[in-house]
Write a protein that binds this ligand. Structure first.
Ligand SMILES: [Zn+2]
Length: 689
């Protein structure tokens, strides 16, 4: 999984059931009712009893069961509300269990009804698949899952593995998916929506099935740019054939994370569905490679417990970085390593939990994990590193692993590499080995130049002028140049004029964006040059420049509005929302137009839109009028959203407003119009303190 936000990772496993019983194959026949938000169906499990056992448990949260049979005989069972407990009818050796069930999943399966565009999808890591399908919260139980899913015929239904058949059944369709190999239950997934797709083939012949919503077909190319290259690269770099028969990638709206590596069916956030301009601001390349790397590290070999979680996230992060190195080059690669080293060093000032601990931070599991692997690879060389990884993957394929299993394979190919010291330094010490990492970073010439340029901060402008000029004229990677722009921040424009013009002429988006950002006051002589930033191929640059110009040149506001009138921006509609806000606040816009613009802005605060649009629109609408009853009503609906980052935003905003008596009574008066859940959330906020 690639997380945007930190998440505490924990794995709960009950008393080693896997040692005595082995669940082999699951056949699920399920229907999903989107109106009732209900899942129901029948399940067949084939399992082998290896040792006598009183009770066999299947995780099942708040479900009901009927027709429970083992080996064709109806059996008694106990439903604890968390597990289905079986205690009779099974024997040593092979057994068949069948049952019917119903579930109202409160989490793990999400029903997204925004934009009149239904999407249903699951997220099984950090949550439990047992909320919608009776399965195993213990990652050590690996099962071959085969799912038949019934749903309305207008939609696509996607799940793990090969689609064997789709057939019509009244106004519905039944989608039959088949897997060949076992996996942990948290990797079981369903995604339902209106999707188109395109199939590419990897060099090795694996079908790469790339999905997109019909409204986004124009964004297909930039969204999936480099997908095939990344796949071919990782298969070669890892040195083990992709372990599954097909690879699907599905973007969904208001996803909880950046992406999730469900076996053979990655689900990722609509935030990464971008056009050519959006690609420059935020692209899918890293997440694409990260989730793909998990198909080996996580899905093929799975960490036995949270303590060894770095075996998944560290590997996925590192191989994603290697794939990006292939796409964006060495300087990019080293710059990312450098940036993550700064983050880890900074965090280790307050975070003293080492990486080999289930409570370690995401930064440790992901970035420090990647650094630890970089250290091994640089020390023993890429060939031996690959050999060890190959042996490790082959030895433990479709099984579970712990840190020692990997280190043993390193030891076998490179006996001089001291895995004990490695473990102490990288995995068991919370501190980041600065000297070792700095030595590795200095292998890259660009980073050396960056470090030298950072040293210039201590000199006077006059001393640096020539140096600056030389660097800006060079082909150096952009961070060296943005460092200069940063250093020039407080220098008088007269003095830095030539350098800024030089930097503008680099036509490097990042360098120009730094100028947009670090120029608060725009001198009149720089105005027309600065205005060219409005045409840059970056929504972020356009937004910064638009705001800055608006502030600096009130007399030109009409021109800017004219320029921005057809802009939309990325998925969050940042430029459209800014245009609407400025238009309403402007003294020169006709009042009828203002009304229309304001109404459009208010519309974006409603639950028809993605959370990124709503958040933006709510904040902007409040700068115009924070007592608009429609916006306040839409703000209350945020508190019941499944996306916790968004409901948190809503609650915090309401708390701020509740400090004012006028808002308090506006919210009070709203209570009778709210749904039960919204009423509950708002009342909780009203009685705080
Ligand atoms: Zn991950």
């Amino acid at each position: 999984m690639r997380q945007i936000f930190l998440l505490l990772f924990s794995i709960f496993s009950f008393a080693q059931q896997t040692q005595k019983v082995d669940f082999k194959t699951a056949y699920g026949n399920i229907s999903i009712n989107a109106v009732e938000k209900k899942v129901y169906g029948s399940v067949k499990y084939i399992f082998e009893l290896k040792e006598a056992l009183d009770t066999i448990k299947i995780d099942a949260q708040r479900m009901t069961f009927t027709d429970v049979k083992i080996n064709n005989e109806e059996v008694n069972f106990i439903n604890s509300g968390k597990t289905l407990n079986l205690f009779e009818g099974f024997k040593k050796g092979k057994n068949t269990l069948v049952f019917s069930y119903e579930a109202f999943p409160k989490q793990t399966m999400y029903f997204n009804t925004q934009i009149n565009n239904l999407q249903i999808w699951t997220q099984g890591q950090g949550k439990y698949t047992s909320h919608w399908f009776p399965s195993f919260d213990d990652v050590n139980e690996k099962v071959v899952f085969n799912m038949n899913i019934t749903f309305d015929k207008e939609y696509n239904v996607l799940s793990n593995g090969i689609l064997k058949e789709v057939y019509k059944f009244n106004d519905k369709k039944i989608w039959k998916y088949e897997m060949q190999k076992p996996m942990s239950s948290y990797l079981l997934a369903i995604a339902i929506g209106d999707f188109r797709n395109k199939v590419l083939a990897s060099k090795s012949g694996i079908p790469l099935q790339l999905f997109i919503q019909p409204k986004d077909t124009a964004k297909f190319e930039p969204t999936y740019k480099y997908s095939k290259e990344i796949f071919d690269f990782l298969e070669k770099e890892i040195g083990v054939k992709y372990p599954w028969k097909i690879y699907k990638q599905i973007p969904v709206e208001d996803f909880l994370y950046a992406g999730m590596e469900n076996t053979s069916a990655t689900i990722f956030s609509e935030d990464f569905v971008v056009d050519d301009i959006g690609f420059n601001d935020r692209n899918y390349v890293n997440v694409n490679a990260h989730e793909l790397a998990h198909q080996w590290f996580g899905d093929l070999v799975t960490a036995k417990s949270g303590k060894h979680h770095w075996l998944q996230e560290g590997f996925a992060t590192y191989y994603a970085l290697l794939a990006e190195r292939q796409v964006f080059g060495d300087d990019y690669f080293y710059h990312q390593l450098y940036r993550s080293s700064l983050q880890i060093r900074n965090a280790s000032k307050t975070d003293t939990i080492p990486m080999m601990n289930e409570k370690a931070s995401s930064l440790s599991f992901y970035q420090k994990g990647a650094w630890a692997l970089h250290y091994i690879r640089e020390t023993i060389g890429p060939k031996l590193f690959q050999k060890a990884v190959q042996n490790y993957l082959k030895k433990y394929q479709f099984k579970n692993v712990e840190t020692e299993d990997f280190l043993d394979e390193i030891k076998k190919v490179a006996s001089i590499f001291d895995t004990e010291i490695f473990k102490k330094t990288w995995l068991e010490d919370y501190q980041f080995p600065i000297e070792i990492s700095n030595a590795l970073l200095k292998k890259n010439q660009f980073l050396q130049t960056l470090f030298e340029t950072q040293q210039l901060r201590d000199n006077s402008f006059a001393e640096n002028n020539e140096n600056y000029k030389a660097i800006l004229n060079s082909t150096a990677f952009y961070p060296v140049k943005t460092e200069i722009i940063y250093q020039l921040k407080d220098v008088k424009f007269e003095e830095k004029k030539e350098l800024i013009e030089l930097a503008m002429q680099t036509n490097d988006l990042k360098v120009r964006q730094a100028i947009a950002e670090f120029t608060d006051e725009i001198p009149i002589e720089f105005k027309s040059n600065y205005e060219t930033l409005l045409d840059d191929a970056s929504y972020e640059t356009k937004e910064i420049a638009f705001m800055n110009l608006w502030k600096n040149f009130p007399e030109s506001r009409n021109e800017y509005l004219l320029k921005a009138q057809n802009w939309i921006g990325g998925n969050d509609k940042s430029l459209r929302i800014l245009f609407l806000t400025f238009s309403v606040l402007s003294s020169n816009v006709e009042s009828q137009d203002k009304t229309n613009y304001y109404n459009e802005l208010v519309e974006y605060t409603s639950s028809k839109y993605e959370t990124s649009v709503r958040e933006n629109a709510i904040l902007n609408a409040f700068t115009i009028n924070d007592k608009d009853i429609i916006v306040l009503r839409n703000l209350v609906t945020t508190t019941t959203h499944y996306k916790w980052q968004f409901s948190k935003f809503g609650r915090e905003k309401i708390r701020e407003l509740l400090k004012f008596e006028v808002h308090r009574s506006l919210f009070q008066n709203m209570l009778p119009t709210l749904s039960e859940n919204e009423k509950y959330q708002l009342q909780k906020l009203l009685i705080e303190k």
